[in-house]
Design a protein around this ligand. Structure first.
Ligand code: ZN
Length: 249
């Protein structure tokens, strides 16, 4: 284990893991995506945001930080060049098997830190499957507090109440974490007309968004990104604390 005080599973030797798993029985698993994020952001945007927050959470809580999962369900954006789609079933199985294999080594709980909405259904299915079949547990954290944070800190109008993608929030977050990967000269504003059937049926996003952006990426700022990230971080620590306390009572 090399870097700082974050306990990184990927960088530990097995004897180191054994020592740490005796001290802590929980881990954090970032789940992102490799999918289009408009012409101005990298396809790994969700991975980068998820890893950044998960690392801070691991440091704050003493959890073991697991290697992030990048190839995940990305159904809506699957026709944009470069996007990788894994099925929900495959991903659910992967999560269940990760939880079961770490459970036998002393990790009872994995906090799944989700920065990609498209993987939420598969993560929920994995959590439920484990409840029925195993003692290993998953707790799903889907960017806790992000809706409030967006209302509080974003200056642009939301395109949709649930779907947020490559717009002011994600662009600002990337400006705060990896500005070298953001090309603001290519950032756009796109507010497609919302089909009332979006949600009831799964419409591929390339049918309504030319750029892949939904909302306004042009107004993104470092400060907005940092404020939103800090807010989500704070809310996430609170939820982990509440969950840990609930296990003691
Ligand atoms: Zn994203």
């Amino acid at each position: 284990m090399k870097s700082g005080n974050v306990l990184k599973h990927f960088e530990m030797s097995w004897p180191e893991f054994e020592v740490h798993a005796k001290k802590t029985n929980f881990a954090i698993l970032p789940v992102g995506a490799i999918e289009q994020h408009g012409p101005h952001l990298p396809m790994g945007t969700d991975v980068i945001i998820g890893e950044y927050l998960a690392e801070r959470l691991a440091l704050a809580t003493g959890a073991i930080l697991l290697r992030s999962l990048a190839y995940t369900p990305s159904f809506s954006c699957r026709y944009y060049p470069g996007t990788v789609r894994v099925s929900d079933d495959t991903f659910t199985s992967e999560l269940v098997e990760i939880a079961e294999s770490l459970y036998i080594h002393g990790i009872d709980i994995i906090y799944v830190f989700l920065s990609h909405l498209g993987a939420a259904a598969a993560c929920k299915a994995a959590e439920r499957k484990l409840l029925l079949t195993s003692k290993a547990r998953l707790v799903n954290l889907l960017l806790p507090g992000y809706q409030e944070a967006l209302d509080k800190f974003c200056s642009s109008e939301k395109w949709h109440k649930t779907y947020v993608h490559a717009e002011e929030y994600e662009t600002s977050a990337m400006l705060a974490i990896r500005p070298d990967l953001v090309d603001m000269s290519k950032a756009v504003k796109e507010y497609p007309e919302i089909d009332p059937l979006l949600g009831p049926i799964s419409i591929p996003w390339n049918e309504f968004s030319k750029s892949g952006v939904v909302g306004d990426a042009t107004v993104a700022k470092v400060e907005t990104g940092q404020a939103i990230l800090d807010y989500i971080y704070k809310k996430s620590v609170e939820i982990i604390q509440i969950h840990q306390d609930s296990l003691k009572s």
